[in-house]
Design a protein around this ligand. Structure first.
Ligand code: ADE
Length: 405
């Protein structure tokens, strides 16, 4: 088996951490037990490009239990947990191509290693597998039944391919399932972003002016949690507060917009001495780091994941995690209990593709409702929560138009 990881000797610690995450992934575990018996993915080659974390390790072992031949590469150069990669190779016999801190050339070498297996299903987080196939390796498309996409940014890229009529195989937008974005994007990003900033800086959030750029599900989650930690939260979004104004008052800036160059040279120049800037969006394009470099006379690594830039004026600005998603660069990403639902969607969508791919067209599809609702029901049951269901009379009433006053 081929693999490229930092150090196989880290496997023991990784195995324990994967077990800890598994304890908080009851829905995925139920799916794994069924997959072991039914083998719905028997002989299907799955290439996954995901953050190599304890949660992804549990997903990959679920897919393998279902009979799939799996391989994983990193979906971000800085998010890999090296001890997890080691345990996946040593204990689960899953080929892993991922090293924390890998350069861009290695990152794409790893993506190509995953694609060399000629996958039947691609499983992306950010669409780098699919975009590499469409730009450089179109010949692989004939073996691909469909792909799944984990994140908002990836879905946006794929919808753009679809709109231009260029999409070569079907995609299931896992991100858009209610049991994914309403929990993972909101509560997962909210908590893990604060975790990443705190681990990188150990700054007090209480009383800090925290600027949240972008008010989608992720921004809302971060704003909610930052407020709970006592920060004075300001939201930069169309029709709320311009970044130019926010630049003057912020102590900590976080971008989660999915867009490019949100914080630029003119904004860095307006910031207070000691301002901290971080990104929690998928790609490292939201902060214009080149501009920050250009206006700085020096920089130094002052803590793990914290670089101190000294501007020509003498002012200092602190950049976290090289502008890569701080929740996975400096912390561990979303907690297992939310990834449980996200990755239950991935596993069940892979099964759905295996059973239905002949009927799918080159489109971006929603996760089928029965999968989304089934996961919600299992999650509630695993938490011991009972809910009411509609009576036949109530169902009929909601579907009718005749009855009025
Ligand atoms: N994306 C965000 N958090 C994650 C995690 N813990 N594992 C995999 N992908 C993630």
């Amino acid at each position: 088996m081929q693999y490229h990881i930092k150090n196989i000797g880290l496997a023991k610690k990784g195995k324990l951490r994967i077990e800890w995450a598994s304890n908080n992934m009851p829905v995925l575990n139920l799916i794994k037990e069924r997959f072991k018996k039914e083998k719905p993915l028997k002989g299907i080659r799955i290439a996954a490009c995901l953050h190599v974390t304890t949660e992804s390790a549990n997903l990959l072992s679920t897919l393998k239990a279902g009979g799939a031949e799996t391989i994983i590469c990193a979906s971000n150069p800085l998010s890999t947990q090296d001890e997890v990669a080691a345990s996946m190779v040593k204990d689960d016999k899953i080929p892993v191509f991922a090293i924390k801190g890998e350069d861009e050339k290695t990152y794409y070498k790893h993506i190509n290693a995953a694609l060399d297996t000629r996958p039947n299903i691609t499983m992306d987080d950010g669409a780098d597998l699919v975009s590499t196939i469409h730009q450089k390796r179109k010949g692989l498309a004939k073996d691909i039944f469909a792909g799944t996409e984990e994140t908002t940014t990836g879905v946006i890229r794929l919808r753009s391919l679809e709109k231009k009529g260029l999409l070569l195989f079907p995609i299931i937008a896992v991100n858009d399932a209610d049991t994914k974005h309403m929990f993972d994007n909101r509560y997962g990003t909210g908590q893990s972003t604060i975790d990443g900033i705190t681990r990188a800086t150990n700054k007090l959030l209480a009383g800090a002016n925290l600027i949240v750029c972008g008010y989608g599900w992720c921004g809302r989650g971060l704003a909610m949690r930052a407020r709970g930690a006592g920060a004075i939260v300001h939201v930069v979004e169309v029709a709320v507060l311009p970044i130019r104004e926010a630049s003057k008052i912020g102590d900590i800036f976080v971008t989660l917009t999915g867009d490019i160059n949100v914080i630029r040279k003119e904004h860095f120049l307006l910031m207070k001495n000691g301002a901290v800037v971080a990104n929690s969006g998928h790609f490292n394009v939201e902060l214009d780091i080149k501009a920050l470099e250009a206006i700085s006379k020096s920089k130094k690594q002052i803590r793990d994941f914290t670089e101190e830039y000294t501007l020509r004026s003498g002012k200092k600005i602190y950049l976290l995690g090289q502008g890569r998603l701080i929740n996975l660069a400096a912390a561990e990403g979303h907690p297992a209990s939310v990834m449980d639902m996200s990755f239950a969607n991935q596993a069940l969508c892979a099964e759905y593709v295996a059973r239905n791919y002949k009927r799918l067209e080159c489109k971006v599809y929603k996760v089928p409702n029965n999968i989304d609702e089934g996961i919600a029901a299992l999650k509630l049951r695993s938490m011991g929560i009972k809910i009411d269901t509609l009576t036949p009379e109530q169902k009929k009433y909601l579907a009718s138009w005749e009855m009025g006053t």
